[in-house]
Ligand binder design. Structure first.
Ligand SMILES: [Fe+2]
Ligand SMILES: [Fe+2]
Length: 278
C-alpha cells in the first residue's frame, strides 16, 4: 500500500509540465542525418529561451568552453550534436536546478554546480572505464539528482528526523528518504525522467544512482554516476550535512574498482574539475 505522501509525490510527477514541443522538435531534427548544424541553429533560434540557454552553455567556463561566442551558429558548432542532445534533455530542468532547495540545505546554484561537476566527472570516468558512450554518462550525471527538486519540500518538513537518522544512525540520505518519506530522490528522479520520455538507459541511471546493482539490465551507467557523484562531492567539497554520499559497495564490483584505483581516480578528477590539491 502506498502511503498518502508517496501518492501525492507520484501525482506531482504526473502534473509536471511535459517537455516543450520546441525542444522535442529540435531533438527530432537532430536524429535526421541530413540536417545541418546551420538548420539546427535556426530551429533553436525560433525559441528565445532555448537560444539563450544554448548561448549560455556555449560560453560556460564550467563546461570547459573558453572564448566568448555570440552567434547561435558558433554556439551550435562549439557544443556539437551529441552534447546539444544532452543539453536539450537537461534544458527542462536547468532553471529549477538553479533555485535554492531548503530541505536539502542547498543554496541557489548549488545543485546546478554539483550536477555539472558530476556530469563532467561521469564523462571522464566513462572514458577511463571504456564505457561505450561517455556522452550518455555526461547527461546522466547532469540529471542524476533531479528528483531532489520534487522531494525537497518533503525533506524540509521532515528535516529534523531526517538529519537524526543521517547523523546519529549514520544512514545514507537516500535510504533515510525511503524510510521516512516512502520513496527516495533517485526513484523520484527516474519517474520524472520517465514522464519526460527520456531513454531507458537514462531513466535507469537516475533511478539507481545510489544503488546501482538494483538496475538489473544496465548497472554500469548507474555505477558510473554513483562513482562520479561521490568523487565530485569529495573533490568539490561540501559543507552540506546531508550531502556526504558514499560509494555503494556494489559499485566496486560493477566497475572493477579497488581502493588504489579509486584513489588514482580522485587525483585525476581534481585536475578534470580544476580543483588543486591543498
Ligand atoms: Fe543523489
Ligand atoms: Fe548527487
Amino acid at each position: 500500500m502506498l502511503t498518502q505522501r508517496v501518492q501525492a509525490i507520484l501525482q506531482s510527477v504526473n502534473h509536471l509540465r511535459p517537455i516543450p514541443s520546441n525542444v522535442t522538435r529540435v531533438l527530432k531534427e537532430l536524429e535526421n542525418p541530413k540536417v545541418s548544424l546551420g538548420m539546427i541553429a535556426e530551429y533553436i533560434g525560433l525559441d528565445q529561451a532555448l537560444a539563450a540557454l544554448v548561448l549560455q552553455m556555449a560560453n560556460s567556463a564550467v563546461l570547459g568552453y573558453g572564448r566568448s561566442c555570440s552567434s547561435l551558429n558558433d554556439a551550435v558548432v562549439r557544443i556539437g550534436v551529441k552534447r546539444l542532445k544532452s543539453l536539450l534533455l537537461a534544458s527542462v530542468a536547468v532553471d529549477s536546478m538553479n533555485r535554492q532547495l531548503s530541505g536539502y540545505r542547498l543554496g541557489a546554484g548549488e545543485l546546478w554546480n554539483h550536477s555539472v561537476g558530476t556530469a563532467v566527472t561521469a564523462e571522464w570516468a566513462a572514458r577511463a572505464l571504456s564505457y561505450r558512450d561517455p556522452e550518455e554518462a555526461y547527461v546522466a550525471g547532469l540529471l542524476h539528482d533531479i528528483g531532489k527538486l520534487l522531494l525537497d519540500q518533503y525533506v524540509l518538513s521532515d528535516y529534523s528526523q531526517i538529519i537524526l537518522y543521517v547523523k546519529k544512525y549514520n544512514q545514507p540520505l537516500w535510504q533515510v528518504e525511503e524510510k521516512l518519506i516512502g520513496i527516495d530522490h533517485a526513484r523520484v528522479g527516474g519517474l520524472i525522467a520517465q514522464r519526460w520520455g527520456f531513454p531507458t538507459v537514462l531513466i535507469d541511471a537516475i533511478s539507481f544512482h545510489h544503488y546501482p546493482s538494483a538496475a538489473h539490465a544496465n548497472p554500469v551507467l548507474p555505477a558510473i554516476v554513483n562513482l562520479a557523484n561521490y568523487l565530485t562531492i569529495k573533490v568539490q567539497g561540501s559543507q552540506q550535512g546531508l550531502f556526504c554520499d558514499e560509494i555503494h559497495p556494489d559499485t566496486f564490483a560493477i566497475l572493477s574498482l579497488d581502493d588504489v584505483r579509486l584513489e588514482r581516480f580522485q587525483q585525476r578528477v581534481m585536475d578534470v574539475l580544476g580543483v588543486s590539491a591543498s
